[in-house]
Ligand binder design. Structure first.
Ligand code: CTP
Ligand SMILES: C[C@](O)(CO)[C@H](O)COP(=O)(O)O
Length: 374
């Protein structure tokens, strides 16, 4: 069987799923769904290689979980698939949507066992409901609902998908290119996860583990006279602001690093390089929102944060509570789960000499519990 490469498509944006987490990042126990599916296929077949598409912003992160070949996805399923096909050396390629997350081994066997009998072997189900097309009932016996995994001749599939036409699956592309498509019996188990309500019908899914992850962040900024000071998203009355590429909100920067640390997603400079003009003068609350979307999209959720601001000047007593409330709102947490402390440096060092401010932050993330939404 190792003349077959496996492609798993996991670069979608989960628009129809409408939860903060993307479908491919729903945790199954301690691992994300895309890895759970990859392991299920790896255990069920002897593939020459396993190629997984991921959103370009998530690819490095995906590599931290496993040693497969990861390929950046494109703007559509077809574009992602073409990127992955460029890595394929074998004659045959099996393509599965990560969204079809429950592997029916019997169905996989039915597909693989017909290898060579057509250019594309496709699992399909009959329609069991009455079917209307444009307001009129049609003969449902003529209808077949197409699933994945589909087994295709790699070279033909590459050519078929490279035409200037959008296809929703491999079999339609191969059919349009004049190739032979063979339908085999599909499986109700291979239902596609498209909307949150599909979660109830996917019996193979297991709830996420009750794990938490902690990260630490630290940032320092020098004062810059004449600039407005913003700390923790709150305007502070001071004759100086912070020298920085962005608005210099040192508290939010420390918090972002703590969140990225807990997620295992690197540091703020990797996400918002200070060479990138997009972030010049940026409102740091926007950076925090972007980071939160990335973290939540990948299946994690903030639980708690604690910050210590070390400043000789300005005096921060009156600002601690507004900063706490602002950060809690941004994190989607109760103020009871966000703490903001302030201390001076006892007139020592650069902080004591009133040259700048340092902030330390600790943040805790949990795994998003999608099973409570079912
Ligand atoms: N640009 C894209 C779009 C989709 N996919 C993958 O193709 C499969 C089928 O796509 P779909 O179920 O439509 O997923 P999404 O595109 O994420 O969903 P939506 O259309 O609701 O945004 C999914 O496993 C998805 O991750 C992909 O790799 N690259
Ligand atoms: C490939 C597929 O799963 C076959 O039914 C389906 O066409 C994917 O559609 P989507 O809109 O990209 O989810």
């Amino acid at each position: 069987m190792n003349r077959i490469s496996l492609i798993l498509l996991a670069a979608g944006s989960s628009t129809r799923f409408a939860l903060p987490v993307k479908k491919q990042w729903l945790y199954q126990g301690e691992i994300p769904l895309w890895l759970h599916v990859a392991r299920a296929f790896e255990a069920a077949g002897d593939f020459r290689d396993i190629i997984i598409t991921g959103h370009p912003d998530e690819l490095e992160y995906m590599r931290q979980f496993a040693d497969y070949t990861f390929v950046p996805g494109g703007a559509s399923r077809q574009a992602s698939l073409l990127n992955a096909l460029n890595q394929v050396q074998s004659e045959w390629v099996l393509v599965n949507d990560i969204a079809r997350c429950c592997l029916d081994r019997e169905m996989l066997r039915r597909v693989l066992s017909r290898c060579g009998e057509a250019d594309c072997i496709v699992p399909a189900l009959p329609a069991v409901d009455t079917v209307y097309e444009e307001g009129r009932p049609i003969d449902r016996e003529k209808i077949r609902l197409i699933q994945t995994p589909q087994l295709s001749r790699a070279a033909l599939l590459r050519d078929a998908l490279s035409r200037d036409q959008e296809f929703t699956d491999e079999s339609s592309a191969i059919h349009a290119a004049g190739g032979k498509v063979l339908l085999v019996e599909g499986s109700a188990k291979a239902r596609k996860l498209t909307h949150p309500q599909d979660l109830k019908h996917l019996e193979c899914l297991i709830p996420p583990a009750a794990q938490t992850f902690t990260g630490f962040g630290m940032d320092i900024h020098a004062f810059e006279p004449g600039k407005p000071m913003v700390l923790g998203g709150v305007s502070v009355d001071a004759p100086v602001g912070f020298k920085a590429h962005s608005d210099g909100d040192v508290a939010i920067h420390a918090l972002i690093d703590a969140l990225l640390g807990a997620a295992g997603m690197g540091d703020i400079g990797e996400h918002f390089p200070d060479t990138d003009p997009r972030w010049a003068g940026a409102d740091s609350t926007r950076l925090l929102q972007t980071v939160l979307e990335r973290i939540q999209g990948c299946g994690l959720t903030p639980l708690h944060a604690d910050l210590t601001i070390i400043a000789q000047v300005p005096r921060l007593g009156p600002y601690k509570e507004p900063i706490r409330r602002k950060l809690a709102r941004l994190l989607g947490l109760s103020p009871a789960r966000v703490n903001v402390k302030a201390t001076t440096a006892e007139k020592m060092g650069f902080i004591g000499r009133e040259e700048g401010v340092a902030v330390q932050a600790v943040a805790t993330l949990g795994i998003y519990d999608w099973s409570r939404k079912v």
